[in-house]
Design a binder for this molecule. Sequence first.
Ligand code: SF4
Length: 377
Amino acid sequence: MKTGLYIHIPFCQQKCLYCDFPSYDNLAHLYQPYVTALCQEISGWGGVLSRDIIDTIYIGGGTPTLLSADSLGTILECVHKSFAIDKTAEISIEANPGTVNQEKLLALKSGGANRISFGVQTFSNELLKSIGRIHTANQAIEAVREAHKAGFDNINLDLMYGLPGQSCRDLENSVRQAIGLGVTHISAYGLKVEDGTPFAAMDRQGKLRLPEEQVDEEMYNFTTEFLPKQGFMRYEISNFSKTGYECRHNLKYWQYQSYVGVGAAAHSFFQEERLSNINDVSQYIYFVEKGKLPIEEREKPDRDIAMAEYIFLALRTVQGLSLSGFKNYFNCDFFQQYGKIASELAKKNLIVVKENQISLTITGMKYGNVVFRAFLP
Ligand code: SF4
């Protein structure tokens, strides 16, 4: 069986003001013990997955490139020793401008990494500062150039819209700059003010100047219309790529395929069970050092939840939901179970039904959450 591997690096130099990901600053003293624990967990999974082939690997965070070239090399070496890796595997790493140099990039390249994803968010220095990013626009440009120089030809840039104080012109400049750097993939996310973040506190105090709803919508429309015209095809709600450069690892999530997550706060979907690792970094290290499984929660979603998950993950992609795929997986006819919901959503022009396929319409892509909620039990 082919499986994906996710490796979580929960460290950041500084927390961005909007971020609610499981990542922490000021933990440099834990980098080394964390890498050791991570390798131990990876080796353990190596035994469990001895019959599987790993065909996608994603090192995410946090900021994986905060680790040294040696540590990154150690992790990749351990992965190669522990698993059977497909010769054509996609091996991605997330990176932040300001934390990469040729030495690290070459260590990643020689460890087999072939895709790099930079969290750029915007090319406006003013906006970068106001959202708490650690880098400037020039550092982002430099990072992409260095990655090209190190031999990476599959590069993603993450961009954000709907940032406080951002105008449509700012966004357009950023999208144009990203394209001009010769990257192969662009992810464009709208800002969501998440509970527990500094932005949420600022919002409560009325100190967050978010763009008007209409401006936000204009930004969304610009991104989703402009990128395809420039050869970046939309293949998922927030993801655009040149042909053949879709992120294969992320496609696994949307196609309900299995993956194993290692590291603090990592999640796995394995043998139809969802597993969550311990969030706390020190506790994670402690558990692994003691030879215990660092799993905090495991659950097998009941059938109704699993079907809803399967549907809405598939609907995130432009390809949509394959009706025969659904039937094969659940041994159940989609229309028997969801016919009424589907016809209501189609009447509202949110989904379109074509022979063996159901997908979101352009409007449905915009209001994906309405569609997803409709399928929840
Ligand atoms: S760099 Fe990424 S993971 Fe780290 S705080 Fe910023 S958004 Fe969160």
